[in-house]
Design a protein around this ligand. Structure first.
Ligand SMILES: Cc1cc2nc3c(=O)[nH]c(=O)nc-3n(C[C@H](O)[C@H](O)[C@H](O)COP(=O)(O)OP(=O)(O)OC[C@H]3O[C@@H](n4cnc5c(N)ncnc54)[C@H](O)[C@@H]3O)c2cc1C
Length: 537
């Protein structure tokens, strides 16, 4: 397959009305842009930073039913999530995989919950790729339970399955590329400064392209505010749509450490849960659940949050050695765009998504879409789209998003696809080809082609066999505009901690050449990336 190049439409925009303007390029906005464009709506999407770089990059990578939501009797949400888990593993087979999870010391309630979870996922074996069928839960034999849990545990544990997305960042990009393949236009680093009004009708938005400095007015029949934790900030840019800011938000962070378990182990307490998940030869530990009272723009992973979490981990898990800051190679996280912020405890607040049509407040042409889980974003997007379509005179085409592979993911049998890719590209290491086949799907050949043009681009730079050609591909075809875009969202080069000065310098040189950066800009980009990947001190 020829790779598709994402270009930034705001650089050349000279007017023209869209059916739909989506503000926010997280998974909600990306899935909505795909849904609308694939059903024949002229669609534009603007994102103030990088695509999928906020909450959608803060996840635990789980594509899951959400076993714990059964405790809160959120049965429709769990069923919807389990259905979407299967759909995502169908339409993005190279990115979403069944993932075993061990639950130590399950009580009767948990055991009953898992029986119900299996019943609710009755269609889990109806996958396009037979290798993606999800088994039901089972009690582990004592020796297996002891081997799975750090410190051995009590010898009582249950094994059940959900799915893991190996790169939510690239899955969000997959939705955007699918939208672009259907004619949607989009731009990262394009910030909506204000909504445009004609009386009480929103007719689009005034958007500042942060790369060119140019401001453009983008008009559309319907505008959707899909700005996640910034929902109210966008609405508060105009008196007509003022909305109270949530008093508190829920922060969640993850730590990447040396590898501690071979299977994901989930610890559940009354006020939270966290897991050790094996990930790219390391462990991914999280999430936390902590109230945050500051502004969304000021939020970042703090040293205090890392230290507090290390204490919780050391208390809850019987690790052979205490985890310390030295074991943490990378930390990331975000704020949950919760819907029911008045809930006393952010842990028990609902993860349901929320669609608000501002017609109820006398404002036409504006919809706010907030909350939810990454897992349910495709379904949420199709709900939002149905609502949008009802507000226009246009007849939508048939829905395709759950029936077709995403762009670059047209792979009926992933095991066979990877094996053939490795066999057919013997000039590269097997781990490099495997990594690229899984992360880039049918576009992996385009990355390898670039690598064949230079030895430097083809040299593996980490244990996964990642190569610098991915950086060039990101710059030329995936709208990467900063070093952080390259290291944290297009590739996995920076998500295991500091990849080393040489790798950063080589990618910076490529970016400077491709984007025309000055030496000063290159130095600033390098410093910014180093700050982002460092564990907070
Ligand atoms: C710690 C944590 C762990 C999680 N783990 C999971 C998990 O394992 N599985 C799961 O299913 N879900 C998980 N979730 C939930 C999931 O991440 C979110 O539901 C989902 O990412 C929300 O996506 P979104 O597009 O609505 O928001 P976002 O990803 O935040 O996107 C909103 C975008 O709008 C942009 N924006 C804001 N203002 C403007 C403006 N003025 N102009 C243009 N753009 C603007 C922002 O820059 C941002 O990129 C987790 C959430 C957190 C916080």
């Amino acid at each position: 397959m020829n790779s598709l190049s994402l270009s930034r439409f705001t650089e050349k925009y000279e007017g023209g009305r869209f059916d739909l303007l989506v503000i926010g390029g997280g998974i909600t906005g990306a899935a909505l842009a795909y849904e609308a464009a694939s059903r024949g709506f002229a669609t534009a999407l603007v994102e103030k930073e990088d695509f999928g770089g906020a909450t959608s990059a803060a996840t635990g990578k789980l594509i899951h039913g959400g076993l714990r939501y059964l405790q809160q009797f959120e049965i429709p949400l769990v069923r919807e999530s389990l259905r979407e888990r299967r759909i995502l593993s169908n339409i993005a087979p190279n990115l979403v995989y069944p993932y075993p999870i061990v639950l130590p010391d399950p009580n009767l309630l948990v055991r009953l919950g898992l029986v119900f979870y299996d019943i609710l996922s009755f269609d889990r074996k109806r996958t396009w790729d037979k290798g993606k069928r999800i088994p039901g839960h089972r009690m582990l034999p004592r020796d297996e339970a002891r081997a799975a849990v750090p410190g051995g545990g009590s010898g009582r544990a249950i094994l059940y399955y959900d799915c893991l997305c190996i790169s939510p960042e690239r899955l969000t990009l997959g939705f955007l590329k699918s939208a672009a393949a259907h004619g949607a236009v989009m731009a990262n680093y394009a910030e909506t400064e204000r909504l445009l009004f004609q009386g009480n009708r929103v007719r689009g938005a005034s958007v500042r392209d942060r790369i060119t400095g140019k401001t453009v007015e983008i008009t559309a029949a319907v505008t959707v505010n899909a700005t996640g934790p910034w929902t109210q900030s966008l609405l508060n840019r105009d008196k007509k749509t003022e909305a109270p800011l949530p008093k508190k938000r829920s922060e969640g962070i993850y730590l990447v450490t040396k590898k501690l378990t071979d299977t994901m182990v989930l610890y559940v307490g009354s006020h939270g849960h966290f897991s050790f998940a094996p990930w790219r030869g390391r462990s991914l530990i999280g999430p936390t659940e902590k109230s945050y009272y500051g502004s969304v723009d000021d939020w970042k992973v703090s040293r205090e949050s890392v230290d507090e979490f290390l204490e919780v981990i050391n208390r809850a898990a019987d690790l052979p050695e205490k985890l310390t800051r030295k074991d943490v190679v990378y930390a990331y996280g975000g704020l949950r765009p919760l819907v029911e912020t008045e809930a006393e405890d952010t842990y028990t607040a609902s993860r349901r998504s929320d669609l608000h049509d501002h017609e109820a407040d006398g404002i036409q042409g504006l919809i706010t879409a907030a909350g939810g889980k990454y897992t349910t974003s495709r379904e949420f997007a199709s709900q939002i789209f149905r609502h949008v379509a009802r507000k226009t005179e246009k007849r939508p085409g048939p829905p395709v998003s759950k029936r077709r592979f995403l762009h670059g993911c047209d792979i009926p049998d992933i095991e066979k696809f990877v094996a053939e890719a490795v066999k057919g590209n013997g000039d590269f290491g097997a781990n490099t080809v495997e990594y690229l086949a899984c992360h880039y799907g049918t576009e992996y050949g385009a990355v390898l082609e670039m690598a064949r043009s230079s030895r430097e681009l083809a040299r593996p730079v980490n244990d996964d066999g990642e190569i610098l050609a991915e950086a060039l591909f990101a710059l030329r075809h995936e709208s990467a505009r900063t070093l952080a875009d390259i290291f944290l969202r297009r590739t996995g080069l920076g998500t295991l901690g500091d990849p080393g000065g040489k790798v950063i310098a080589a990618a910076a040189k490529l970016a400077a050449r491709e984007l025309g950066w000055t030496a000063k800009r290159t130095a600033a980009e390098t410093a910014a990336l180093k700050r982002l990947i460092a564990v907070p001190k």
